[in-house]
Design a protein around this ligand. Structure first.
Ligand code: RP5
Length: 162
């Protein structure tokens, strides 16, 4: 199975990445995690993305806050799908990172999830890997069914709480 690459701009982004790695672990998807910054360690971020395909990755998740150029910088060096997580890590509450991540110029796409959207980034990466992996696609279907069952259980009980 292809691996998911996870790159975060700083170790202060770890709580958001943890939501992604928990989800990937639950789905038995192999992953690799790095702290590379578009601004502080641009060479390492570039090298990782340039060689990601030959190193067995199928998708890359990038999490960064503030002027978040990491996902775009990684996407510039690979045609693997890149998923950006804008992180809330400044006085602008993540709006800065959201706009920096989502507003890519035509030609270099980044699939941007919600601010701090670690779980959805992992699920989206899993769905990409599952295009060629029917066992994983089945696991994703089952996970959705389980999540729906939780909501329906709450529906059954809501009246008793009012
Ligand atoms: C970004 O700046 C990082 O992704 C992080 O979200 C933010 C703050 O980084 P630290 O100052 O906490 O290292 O590059």
């Amino acid at each position: 199975m292809k691996k998911v690459g996870i790159v975060m701009g700083s170790d202060s982004d770890l709580p958001i990445i943890k939501k992604a790695t928990d989800t990937l672990k639950e789905l038995d998807i192999p992953f690799e995690v790095h702290i590379y910054s578009a601004h502080r360690t641009p060479e390492e971020a570039r090298d990782f993305s340039l060689h990601a395909r030959e190193n067995g990755f199928g998708a890359i998740i990038c999490a960064a806050g503030m002027a978040a150029h990491l996902a775009g910088a990684v996407a510039a060096n690979t045609t693997l799908p890149v998923i950006g997580i804008p992180c809330k890590s400044s006085v602008l509450d993540g709006m800065d990172a959201l706009l920096s991540t989502v507003m890519m110029p035509p030609g270099i796409p980044v699939a941007t999830v919600a601010i701090n959207g670690g779980m959805n980034a992992a699920l989206l990466a899993a769905q990409m890997i599952a295009i060629e992996d029917s066992a994983l696609a089945h696991k994703l279907d089952e996970k959705r069914k389980a999540a729906a069952a939780v909501v329906l259980e709450k529906d059954k009980n809501v009246l008793s709480q009012l």
